[in-house]
Design a protein around this ligand. Structure first.
Ligand code: SF4
Length: 300
């Protein structure tokens, strides 16, 4: 049952982090208009199950008036709201209050701040920390999202001397992370990735929508296009078993996706998403409606 719609308000971002799975950058295109947001909100309400609307990116504060009005309209329609930001705008706590107070007055429910080495290097006093302090002063419910560079540890309960390698740190190997962060990491055979570990593709609880109309079940894996078929109709008609990419994924994970469409694979992959992303990228021309936008795959 779909309870959350997350707007990728823009793909643009002042940063260009190595781990970003939607390839955001200052040059990225794809930003909602207010009219488009209003259309999507009306469709979300028609579904009757959606409770929460999130505004993310890219960096949603780059289009601040649009973000503020989006939160206002979502609240007026009875939705709970949230924002994910890297807090780049917080030159000081005092100044961050100027940005956050109108959002508090509009009734924003929660703000999550991305604060880690990828976003701010090793600085102690990061923009995200300043923004977090301001949000806390205003009594806004807050969280912190922190991803570490990949680490490798070894399990002990294995026949091999050092055990099975486990890659930690929280990076999901999709998008730019595949281009920038895979070097030297241990891999496992492609046939071992027989399920999707992170997304409930059979019964998705939330989707991400972008200005191009893509309804993402996972970044770059689209249910369909909401500018061609209204969101409420798309969601009601969706069945994973009938979706050309989700069907193999729910049946046997990324390994089955590769087998089903006879995509040439390498010997090893770091984790399921690493294999899934590369197989999907190889299938873009065959399924342009469902594997979009191309920029999320680092393609123009
Ligand atoms: S990349 Fe593939 S395996 Fe990973 S969460 Fe998305 S759909 Fe699942």
């Amino acid at each position: 049952m779909l309870t959350g719609v997350h707007f990728l308000l823009t793909y643009k971002c002042p940063y260009e982090c190595d781990h970003c799975f939607v390839y955001s950058s200052p040059r990225a295109k794809g930003t909602f208009t207010l009219a488009q947001i209003t259309t999507v909100l009306a469709e979300a309400r028609k579904l009757g199950t959606v409770q929460t609307i999130f505004f993310e990116g890219g960096e949603p504060f780059l289009y601040y008036p649009l973000l503020l009005e989006g939160v206002r309209r979502a609240r007026e329609m009875g939705f709970q709201t949230g924002i994910v930001t890297n807090g780049y705008f917080a030159t000081s706590v005092e100044d961050a209050l100027l940005w956050l107070k109108p959002l508090q007055e509009a009734g924003v429910g929660a703000i999550s701040f991305s604060d880690d080495l990828f976003h701010s290097g090793s600085e102690e006093d990061t923009p995200a920390k300043r923004a977090l302090a301001a949000a806390q002063q205003l009594g806004i419910s807050c969280g912190v999202i922190s991803i570490s560079p990949p680490t490798v540890t070894y399990s002990e309960d294995n026949e091999t001397a050092r055990g099975e390698p486990i890659v930690g740190g929280g990076v999901r190997f999709r998008g730019r992370a595949v281009e920038r962060l895979t070097q030297g990491l241990p891999t496992r055979p492609w046939q071992s990735f027989t399920e999707c570990p992170y997304e409930n593709l059979r019964d998705p609880g939330r989707v991400h929508v972008d200005a191009y109309g893509n309804v993402h079940l996972c970044q770059g894996l689209s249910m369909g296009n909401l500018w061609q078929t209204p969101l409420s109709e798309l969601v009601r008609a969706y069945q994973a078993e009938k979706h050309p990419l989700c069907a193999p994924l729910v049946e046997g994970g990324p390994a089955e996706l590769a087998k089903r469409y006879e995509v040439p694979v390498g010997e090893g992959y770091i984790e399921a998403c690493h294999l899934c992303y590369l197989v999907r990228r190889a299938l873009i021309r065959r399924f342009p409606e469902y594997l979009a936008p191309r920029q999320v795959y680092g393609l123009l």
